[in-house]
Design a protein around this ligand. Structure first.
Ligand code: ATR
Length: 286
């Protein structure tokens, strides 16, 4: 039987994902698919790193000649302090998920979660106009912050932010500091939904093993787009309910896939495409 030989050379491009633990990460599968698709001489590896070794490990990757690294839980904030340069969106989101080592050894931090969120919606709703009306955002965690910052950048006229723990929503609104953000009651009232152009769930409700998101969509216009950042299951109860009443829905898997594009582009030189084959590959068991 012929063997497929895949070896690395001194010019191979190296990248990976650093986290603790990191075994759950879909990034090696995702980036590995693109590496093969585009015939890139490079590799992307899982990098499980203990908290006490985190900062030194990032610097070591730079010194070992890595092109860059993705950073995941629990290091998205800790990596901030290790970076020499931060993109504007990373500063405003308050977290870094994509690190690039520049030729002069600078550690550059970016956050591509908001980009992934917007690009996912654009892929499924090409004519989407984020400036056309208010957005309702459920949840006030890290994902919510990336979603809100990206919506503001797309000229969303108003963001109605609601969270079970109201203080977290107020704190997030204060930190972002944009007067287009209004904190509204949890659970969301009909009056806050009726003229919304976009409804986004950034909470973990609806995820496998978590309670369902209880929401009355009765007041929502049929033209409103409904999206979830949860992707397991692909169709959450929120999306099923919205679809049943005729709203366009977009699942959360694409956000994960699109947020990986800027890193791949910078490290390996190709802006990769997100296809339905890639979706299936990333979801299929290893
Ligand atoms: P991430 O960084 O992924 O956004 P997170 O910071 O843990 O994760 O935030 C989880 C979000 O899901 C929060 O908005 C959280 O609400 P609280 O701030 O009130 O905890 C929300 N969430 C999780 N479980 C929930 C539940 N059972 N009911 C309502 N909201 C829930």
């Amino acid at each position: 039987t012929p063997v497929t030989i895949h070896t690395l050379s001194g010019t191979s491009r190296l990248a990976g994902v650093m986290g603790w633990p990191v075994s759950h990460s879909k990034s090696p599968r995702l980036q590995g698919y693109w590496l093969a698709q585009y015939g890139v001489d490079g590799t992307y590896m899982p990098l499980p790193v203990l908290p006490e070794n985190f900062a030194a490990s990032v610097k070591s990757l730079r010194d070992l000649g890595f092109a860059g690294v993705n950073v995941t839980i629990p290091y998205k904030q800790a990596v901030f302090a290790v970076c020499d340069e931060l993109t504007d969106r990373a500063k405003r989101i308050g977290a870094v998920n994509t690190v690039t080592f520049s030729p002069d050894g600078k550690i550059q931090g970016d956050n591509t979660d908001g980009f992934g969120f917007i690009e996912n919606l654009r892929q499924y709703v090409p004519d989407i106009d984020f400036s056309s009306g208010p957005a309702v955002v459920l949840g006030a965690g890290g994902a919510s912050r990336a979603v809100i910052v990206s919506l503001l950048d797309e000229n969303c006229p108003q963001i109605r932010l609601t969270n079970r723990t109201a203080s977290r929503a107020h704190e997030l609104a204060r930190e972002i500091g944009d007067d287009r953000i209004t904190v509204v009651d949890w659970p969301i009232a009909k009056t806050s939904l009726c003229d919304a152009a976009l409804l986004v769930n950034t909470t973990s409700l609806g995820m496998v093993g978590q309670p369902a998101l209880e929401i009355d969509l009765g007041g929502l216009a049929q033209s409103a787009i409904v999206t979830d950042i949860v992707y397991a299951p692909l169709k959450t109860n929120l999306l099923l309910g919205a679809e049943a009443r005729g709203n366009k829905v977009v699942d959360g898997l694409g956000m994960l896939l699109h947020q990986a594009r800027p890193g791949f582009h910078r490290w390996f030189g190709v802006d990769p495409v997100v296809t339905s084959e890639l979706r299936e590959f990333v979801l299929s068991p290893v």
